[in-house]
Design a binder for this molecule. Structure first.
Ligand code: NAD
Ligand code: AHE
Ligand code: ZN
Ligand code: ZN
Length: 369
């Protein structure tokens, strides 16, 4: 079938809106009509060419919501008409990772997903007879996409897809990192580096956890308004000080924070986020994604003296079993989505969503088809 899609033909190039061909879903696959998708910084990261897994041409996008159109052979858990959120972290329930009870990082389709292919090693997308790659198992920048059954969370059909699509990445990642990865408790002091969609979701999670102080850090002071509205209590612009930001935070907090979160993808900030943690117990969670060749560094003494470095993908959330509940929480007002949606644009203007993000003017732009 034909589908309007924003195709990334090469690194650093604007997306091109074209009509691509989408082949029917094969065994274990599902054809989904995407109604809405957010634009996450990770899409911009891959488009930039910095992603070691980035392949072109590809249909990017991984923060969507849609409706099942057709299911392939053997698909039993979904049927046409079901409302779904595509998952870049699948949940098969059967692999070593799923069964471990220790991680959300299902590996059932991860290898082919990282190559821009469906689990059978081929692609369902093409343009003018040439193959187009998938992205993160989701490719939500296409009106119609094909996902593995295990890469789709079935959600309440009453849920507004133009909002809950943000649970496909940003909001779930931030909130989940607080509860599942860090396990923030009442009264804990938290520092959040980077106040985009991910950082604001971390703030929301910290508020849910009844954290004490929530220190919001960004080099763009325009981001403090929304951070305050979400519940941050302290605001730090590193550019306002002539000493490292970790020293500023250690001084503010009588020795450091209980938890910090890096929500930027900057390896220097990752170091600062670790080093602003309290000696003996402070834990830092890396959420930001850094480009090929980038490495983190600190003095080992930082870890010897009790600070802990962790990482979090999709907030540690198991998509098929836990995301439907988070959608219910959003419908019940326990998770706020509206503050994240600063812009709405049609697919044809998706490049403006990237511009707004790079200019620091948006939190999330929701694209409609
Ligand atoms: P964003 O661009 O909306 O927000 C980033 C924020 O960081 C901006 O407000 C920017 O002003 C701020 N910033 C930039 N440099 C800074 C610095 N040196 N010091 C302080 N603040 C600085 O991005 P986003 O969509 O919120 O994504 C944030 C990061 O999280 C990206 O790297 C993205 O790839 C990653 N991410 C990871 C996961 C995961 O599962 N681990 C999920 C989603 C996004
Ligand atoms: N492809 C990159 C890594 C990108 C990455 O870390 N992705 C995050 C999700 S970002 C969503 O906005 C993630 O879930 N990682 C775990 C995984 O299995 O990809 C690279 O460096 O190769
Ligand atoms: Zn994302
Ligand atoms: Zn699995």
């Amino acid at each position: 079938m034909k589908s309007r899609a924003a195709v990334a033909f090469g690194p650093g190039q604007p997306l091109k809106i074209v009509e691509i061909d989408v082949a029917p879903p094969k065994k274990g696959e599902v054809l989904v009509k995407i109604t809405h998708t957010g634009v996450c910084h990770t899409d911009a990261f891959t488009l930039s060419g910095d992603d070691p897994e980035g392949v072109f041409p590809a249909v990017l996008g991984h923060e969507g919501g849609g409706i099942v159109v057709e299911v392939g052979e053997g698909v039993t858990s979904l049927k046409p008409g079901d409302h779904v959120i595509p998952l870049y972290t699948a949940e098969c329930g059967e692999c070593k990772f799923c069964k471990s009870g220790k991680t959300n990082l299902c590996q059932a389709v991860r290898a082919t997903q990282g190559k821009g292919l469906m689990p059978d090693g081929t692609t369902r997308f093409s343009y003018e007879g040439q193959p187009i790659y998938h992205y993160m198992g989701t490719s939500t920048f296409s009106e119609y996409t094909v996902c593995a059954e295990i890469s789709l969370a079935k959600v309440n059909p009453q849920a507004p897809l133009d909002k809950v699509c943000l649970l496909g990445c940003g909001v779930t990642t931030g909130i989940g990192a607080v509860h599942n990865t860090a396990k923030v408790k009442a009264g804990d002091t938290v520092a959040v580096f980077g106040l985009g969609g991910i950082g604001l979701a971390v703030i929301q999670g910290a508020v849910q956890a009844n954290a004490g102080r929530i220190i919001a850090v960004d080099t763009n002071p325009d981001k403090f308004t929304l951070a305050k509205e979400m519940g941050a209590t302290d605001f730090v612009n590193p550019n306002d000080f002539d000493k490292p930001v970790q020293d500023v935070i250690v001084d503010m907090t009588d020795g450091g924070v209980d938890f910090s979160f890096e929500c930027i993808g900057n390896v220097n900030v990752m170091r600062a986020a670790l080093e602003c943690c309290h000696k003996g117990w402070g834990e830092s969670v890396i959420i930001g994604v850094a480009g090929a060749g980038q490495e983190i560094r600190t003095r080992p003494f930082q870890l010897v003296t009790g600070r802990v470095w962790r990482g979090s993908a999709f907030g540690g959330v198991k998509g098929r079993s836990q995301l439907p509940g988070m959608v219910e929480d959003a419908m019940a007002g326990k998770i706020r989505l509206d503050p994240f949606i600063t812009h709405r644009l049609p697919l044809e203007q998706i490049n403006e969503a990237f511009d707004l993000m790079h200019e620091g003017k948006s939190i999330r732009t929701v694209i409609h088809f």
